[in-house]
Design a protein around this ligand. Structure first.
Ligand code: NAP
Length: 292
């Protein structure tokens, strides 16, 4: 069994990005610039955005954090998005989700200039990804593909079962894994209505679990030699931790790991790759790689 170390891989990738940025700056090119809009003071969002700012520093990017109160109107947020769309110094930007209930997330996502949409949530990027055109790919599925490639996990012709069909993980993951000359796998997507989920998993060479149900995938669902990617991160109470909780994956790690060729831990697997792929997308934005 080989553990897929997302933390170490993410550190390496950030070093690679920093080296490339140093070369760009030495050539007299501009530092890539990522901006983030944070609405309100949600603890989780504060942490995510803080970590994104730190990652920008590690990569040598310029970063700008725009804070707005959660009482702002949708129009005010749209006006801020418009400003960033027009700001020539900003290569890419994100609006941290979730947003307050009175603001339509979809409306905000669609207002972002797709050429600066480094989260890869705009329908143009989602559509381009689906037909295999160059574009920003959302960070979590992009990070999983990067882990599979870097660990030499064979995907071509393999049976891949994806648990979950969300727009940010399950669906894009399925697109990438089935993509010609990329994942090249035979893909099955299971969700809460699937009747044959267990059987599909038992036959899978690769299982990607993204449902947010702690310990859902058990040893009897996994065949010998499978690769298991655990996207799930559910906070479960844990009195032994200072925070009072720990992150639990969708996979019952202790019993599943011995059967696997490759497996990701939680934490330290997929999680660290997510911010790192946002950095990769920002580098691409700085280089005008997808939309010259
Ligand atoms: P989501 O939007 O809640 O979607 C969950 C999906 O799982 C849905 O498609 C749902 O089916 C399916 N599902 C739920 N219970 C199920 C069950 N008992 N059997 C089969 N399918 C079931 O979640 P998400 O945003 O994709 O996130 C999934 C997990 O990944 C969460 O734990 C989240 O915290 C984590 N996550 C981690 C990262 C990271 O960076 N590590 C990034 C994103 C998400 P229906 O469609 O039928 O409702």
């Amino acid at each position: 069994m080989q553990l897929i170390d997302g933390k170490a891989t993410a550190t390496r990738i950030k070093e690679e990005i920093a080296a490339e940025v140093a070369e760009m700056v030495a050539r007299g090119e501009k530092r890539p610039h990522l901006a983030a809009i944070l609405v309100g003071h949600d603890g989780g969002s504060e942490t995510y955005v803080h970590n994104k700012v730190l990652a920008c520093e590690a990569c040598g990017f310029k970063s700008t954090l725009i804070r707005m109160e959660d009482t702002i109107s949708e129009e005010e947020l749209l006006a801020e998005v418009d400003k960033l769309n027009k700001d020539e110094d900003v290569d890419g930007f994100i609006v941290q989700l979730p947003l307050p209930a009175h603001i339509s997330e979809q409306k905000i996502i669609e207002a972002i200039d797709y050429r600066k949409d480094v989260d890869g949530f705009h329908p143009i990027n989602v559509g381009r990804m689906a037909i295999g055109l160059p574009c920003y790919i959302s960070a979590t599925p992009k990070g999983i593909m990067e882990l599979l490639v870097r660990y030499g996990v064979e995907t071509s012709g393999k049976k891949c079962v994806i648990l979950g069909r969300s727009n940010i993980v399950g669906k894009p993951m399925a697109q990438l894994m089935m993509q010609k000359n990329f994942g090249d796998a035979t893909v099955t997507v299971c969700h809460s209505r699937s009747q044959t989920l267990k059987k599909e998993c038992q036959e899978a060479d690769i299982i990607i679990a993204a449902i947010g149900r702690p310990n859902f995938v058990t040893a009897d669902m996994v065949k010998e030699g499978a690769t298991v990617i655990d996207v799930g991160t559910t906070r479960v109470p844990d009195a032994t931790r200072k925070s009072g909780f720990r992150l639990n994956g969708d996979v019952k790690f202790d019993e599943v790991a011995p059967k696997c060729n490759f497996i990701t831990p939680v934490p330290g697997g997929v999680g660290p790759m997510t911010i790192c792929m946002l950095m990769k997308n920002t580098l691409s934005a700085g280089k005008k790689e997808f939309y010259p």
